[in-house]
Design a protein around this ligand. Structure first.
Ligand code: PLP
Ligand code: GLG
Length: 833
């Protein structure tokens, strides 16, 4: 009334404000409203989850207007769009991240407090969507964040797995897996779009005929048709309006029930059909870096790729654009070879559905796709048994044959007589059983190919994709991975964020290079003290969680030595375990030894079928049991295996780390991203010259990095010269003692069988050169301990380390992709009044 508004106008403002307003008052009202109107509860009977949902819906409302504005803007301007195809997205919890990106964390905290609840307590309630295995899926999530933050029109496509990565529990020291029923309490962040659905065909056979115009046509008669339904999750950028879409497909039966079958008494068949359809998006394959040639996996890949391409084509044509211009509208990035069947699928759609000629279709296809390779490990390179492929996708098999025939014709002319090269380039591998090489299909069908760290791209060109590099060097480039500082600093380490922002302002959150400004304070004693205090507080917080979760007491003054990532032999948790045993033996040998106290923290899931990785978990927990309970140790050494490593837990662990273990066999870790997150949170790295470690070391300076071990060339050389792990064992008394103890049952209640397979593998095979790098690793660890004694020195190194990590923001990676591969421009989004 004071401002001359009438009652109706005031009413309108109140309604508007409750949906989009960012003030404490508006948020409070929105939460109360949602509690009542969405959850159907009132405070006296509302559960913690009711409150979590009410807050989440309040936040989602504030994202929706930005989302709608973004979509409108993109459609109006007919802008070029990045389409990211990934079988995995390891997003992590949404609520806190969205609060940070909206810039209303404090306001929401206050609103929730005024309602008598604690925001932190609600945030902890969220079950994270674990729709990925590890680094590859998490990278996709960081890239979605950066795309939105950089205001780049983008859509992420993937699978809405009903069950994500399994939950890990440790029982009697062994990993046990539990299904991840992440949707059990509902998901306030997704919007089901039932109207957006596509049919996807499987199996059957292909008919060929000539139409009235004399055109040769193909008609695929499937024996199974599945429906893919879109579920959209908004991805909001940091302090911008841009809100992109993550579109995940759920598989369903096209008709919920076949009543004809049912009435005819075929109840089981009717139900079975429905189950077969729903199974496709039922569960994430829990293997990291190990491909499973299972029918269901191929179905998953084709299912989401087909839905996504049909969706893109629909968006394109609805805008009134010509099919021939598809590649001008969309660039499709293949996150590894998992979506590589898209090359054949786009060909099929252009030829069979839209009636294009082969050359035209191939031209569009090869201007649409770009391919990122994430691994050099042979067991991770996807191959599909040709017969199986043909059973699931008969039309695509024909297309792959034809693509290959035309390609080999060219190649044969170019490399006449070089059978080795021609067969290596072929899309089809020969052998007792023929197979399709997905990396070759991706490489041929893409106009750009990239590795994920400088060393990795180099090795790609020299090994796995050597012939492709020689054929088309112009396609290749490097795009070193990055991580989003929003989730991995602002959200997970608010204390350090505050300390840094107090010193250099908060521009670094969007422009990570600004961290450089910290370097001038590296020697400042007060700043060092404040820096180490923040670290100490994070360690205390983690200690509490450790005590609660695994009942182990840890000393927050000890070095927090952190080795967290998937369990895999190439990541060499085994090497770390040998170091722990060596430290333990030093204490046993000399109980009064003056040793820098250490807490060695492991976390990571092993693929359920990966026997050796599971045995290494058992070894670590067994060493822990002995070390943690030996009175001689007197708290100088603790070993923790923190269960269920996921994004939620990673956010708690990284900030508390002093030392980051990045100790893979050189040449095996394509990049790593955990290395970046730990370093950004002030941990110093002990590592090999592998993956992005090489670049991290270049940036932070060799003097601030604990380097050890063979480099990639030396690894190859040692192997070529007939590596003999046993001689290392024989010639190194400390190493011998450690392995003998494992073998003799010292850590397994004198049971000599428990670790037999492990010991045998180390002594007689040791593919990952654990024994070859042992002494060099121990020496580097001793240097770590000596350095840690000097707190000021350590603080200085840690500050410099963070100051020089600017390069590893995913914003930098995405900017490089945009400029050098995707050729897309940012489109700022404004909110309509
Ligand atoms: N798993 C989770 C939950 C992560 O947050 C990360 C971080 O990048 C990874 C796996 C990958 O770790 P690394 O790069 O050390 O293999
Ligand atoms: C792979 C690699 C990692 C890499 C990640 C993202 O093994 O080294 O950091 O992709 O590019 N399976 C993975 O996590």
């Amino acid at each position: 009334k004071e401002k001359g508004l009438d009652k109706q106008e005031i009413q309108n403002i109140l309604i508007e404000d409750a949906r989009t307003g960012l003030s404490v008052e508006a948020l409070k009202r929105a939460i109360q409203n949602n509690l009542f109107y969405v959850q159907g509860k009132f405070p006296e009977i509302a559960t913690r989850n009711d409150y979590y949902m009410a807050v989440s819906y309040a936040v989602r409302d504030r994202i929706l207007n930005r989302w709608v504005a973004s979509v409108k803007q993109y459609l109006d301007g007919k802008h070029r769009v990045v389409s990211y195809l990934s079988a995995e997205y390891l997003l992590g919890p949404h609520l806190a991240n969205n609060l940070i990106n909206l810039g209303i964390y404090k306001e929401t905290e206050q609103a929730v407090k005024e309602l008598g609840k604690d925001l932190e307590w609600l945030i902890e309630k969220e079950i994270e969507p674990g729709l990925g295995n590890g680094g590859l899926g998490r990278l996709a999530a960081c890239y979605m964040d950066s795309l939105a933050t950089l205001e780049v029109p983008a859509i992420g496509y993937g699978i809405r797995y009903q069950f994500g990565i399994f939950e890990q529990d440790i029982r009697d020291g062994w990993q046990v897996e539990d299904t991840d029923n992440w949707l059990r309490r509902g998901n306030p962040w997704e919007i089901e779009r039932r109207e957006l659905n596509y049919e996807v065909k499987f199996g059957g056979h292909v008919q060929h005929y000539t139409d009235n115009n004399g055109k040769f046509c193909s008609n695929w008669i499937p024996d199974l048709v599945v429906k893919g339904v879109a579920y959209d999750t908004p991805i909001l950028g940091y302090k911008v309006n841009t809100t992109n879409t993550l579109r995940l497909w759920k598989s369903e039966a096209p008709k919920s029930f076949d009543f004809q079958l049912f009435n005819a008494g075929g109840y089981n068949d009717a139900v079975r059909q429905k189950i077969v359809c729903e199974n496709i998006s039922k569960v994430l394959y829990p293997n990291d870096e190990q491909e499973e040639g299972k029918i269901l996996r191929l179905r998953q890949q084709y299912f989401f790729v087909s839905c996504s391409l049909q969706d893109m084509l629909g968006i394109h044509l609805r805008q009134g654009d010509k099919i021939q211009d598809f590649h001008k509208k969309f660039v499709v990035q293949l996150n590894d070879t998992h979506p590589a069947v898209g090359v054949a699928e786009l060909m099929r759609l252009l030829l069979d559905k839209y009636g294009l000629e082969w050359d035209e279709a191939w031209d569009i296809t090869t201007k649409t796709f770009a391919y990122t390779n994430h691994t050099l490990l042979p067991e991770a390179l996807e191959k599909w048994d040709l017969e199986l492929f043909g059973k699931v996708l008969p039309r695509h098999l024909e297309l792959v044959y034809e693509i290959n025939r035309r390609f080999l014709d060219q190649v044969t002319v170019k490399f006449y007589g070089d059978h080795q090269k021609i067969s290596s380039l072929s899309l089809i591998g020969e052998g007792p059983r023929k197979f399709i090489k997905m990396a070759n299909l991706a490489s041929l069908g893409s106009y750009a190919i990239n590795g994920v760290a400088a060393l990795h791209t180099d090795l790609l060109k020299k090994t796995v994709l050597k012939d492709w590099y020689e054929l088309s060097p112009e396609k290749f480039s490097n795009k070193t991975n990055g991580v989003t500082p929003r989730r991995w600093m602002v959200l997970s380490n608010p204390e350090l964020t505050q300390l840094i922002s107090d010193k250099i302002g908060d521009g670094w959150i969007k422009n990570l290079d600004e961290l450089r400004g910290l370097e001038q304070f590296a020697k400042d004693k007060n700043f060092q003290k404040a820096w180490m205090e923040v670290k100490y507080n994070q360690k205390v917080a983690l200690s509490k969680r450790i005590l609660q979760r695994v009942k182990i007491k840890t000393d927050s003054n000890s070095i927090f030595d952190v080795h967290v990532k998937r369990m895999h032999e190439y990541k060499r948790q085994m090497l770390n375990a040998l170091h722990v045993i060596t430290l333990y033996n030093r204490i046993k040998h000399n109980p009064e030894i003056d040793m820098v106290p250490r807490t060695v923290i492991f976390a990571g899931k092993a693929a359920p079928g990966y026997r050796m990785a599971k045995l290494i978990i058992k070894l670590i927990t067994s060493i822990g049991e002995v070390v943690n309970n030996d009175p001689d140790v007197k708290d100088r050494l603790k070993v923790v295996f923190y269960p269920n490593y996921n994004v939620t837990n990673a956010q708690k662990i990284y900030p508390a780390a002093d030392l980051s273990e990045q100790i893979s066999t050189a040449g095996k870790e394509a990049s790593g991203t955990g290395n970046m997150k730990l370093s950004l949170n002030g941990a110093l790295t002990i590592g090999t010259l592998d993956g992005a470690n090489v670049e991290i070391r270049e940036c932070v300076g060799a003097e601030n990095f604990f380097l050890f071990g063979l480099d990639a060339d030396q690894v190859e050389e040692v192997k070529a010269n007939g590596y003999d792990p046993y001689s290392h064992y024989q010639n190194n008394p400390d190493l011998k003692l450690a392995i003998d103890q494992i073998n003799d049952g010292y850590f397994s209640h004198l049971n000599k069988d428990t670790f037999k397979a492990l010991v045998r593998s180390l002594l007689y095979d040791d593919q990952y050169l654990v024994l070859a790098d042992y002494q060099s690793y121990i020496d580097a660890q001793d240097k770590v301990a000596e350095t840690f004694r000097d707190k000021e020195k350590w603080a200085e190194m840690s500050i410099i380390n963070v100051a020089r990590m600017g390069k590893f923001s995913s914003d930098r990676s995405i900017r490089d992709y945009c400029q050098e591969i995707w050729k897309v421009e940012p489109i700022p989004v404004s909110l309509e009044k």
